[in-house]
Design a binder for this molecule. Structure first.
Ligand code: ZN
Length: 195
């Protein structure tokens, strides 16, 4: 089945992802599909649990352009450290389309991760890349950018979030989205295979 971007409040978005033990051909194909979906929805980053997969992995391209291959990055089992400075900027999320709010993040941050060939990557990021790394690593821990908003900012987007909650409920009632037990069983099976 082709991958799809899931929307708030889908429970997989709250699932803390487990580190991957190996990279295989199927995982490379998943990464390719994730890049395609990210460009299709005009995003700059996409985490595995946003496509309903429990893996500690995300893709990013700060240019947000499929023709800009040289700025594409894949981060497997990323670990962030040494965050410095604070900066507020508008953020959105492909899992909560149409909702934007200012989020405070570290200005610079260090990342250690693995690429698709199993090579270790370490980098110091700043600006948009630093923000993408923090937003996407949050996803892998089951955290959304709306969790980082203050009460006033949250109140401003409350109505929009409620619309997403209603859509989710009705899709669950029609059986289009599986119930919680089925979703959990599926994630556990995928974890057993690769993490
Ligand atoms: Zn997001």
């Amino acid at each position: 089945m082709p991958l799809q971007v899931i929307h708030y409040p889908h429970p997989t978005l709250r699932h803390p992802s487990k580190p991957l033990k190996r990279v295989d051909a199927e995982l490379r194909k998943i990464v390719e599909e994730m890049f395609e979906l990210m460009y299709e929805h005009e995003g700059v980053g996409l985490a595995a649990n946003q496509v309903d997969l429990p893996y500690r992995l995300f893709v990013a391209n700060p240019e947000g352009d499929r023709d800009s291959k040289e700025t594409e990055c894949v981060f497997i089992n990323p670990v962030l450290s040494a965050g410095r400075g604070q900066e507020e900027d508008e953020e959105g999320c492909l899992s909560i389309p149409g909702v934007h709010a200012p989020v405070t993040r570290n200005t610079t941050i260090k990342v250690q991760a693995y690429d698709l060939s199993g090579n270790e990557i370490t980098a110091d990021a700043e600006g948009l890349m630093a923000r993408i790394l923090q937003h996407e690593t949050d996803h892998l821990d089951g955290t959304l950018f709306i969790d980082r908003l203050g009460p006033t900012q949250l109140a401003a987007i409350r109505d929009k979030l409620e619309e997403f909650e209603l859509v989710f409920q009705s899709r669950r009632e029609t059986g289009e989205i599986a119930d919680a037990a089925q979703l959990a069983a599926r994630l556990a099976e995928l974890e057993r295979l690769r993490t």
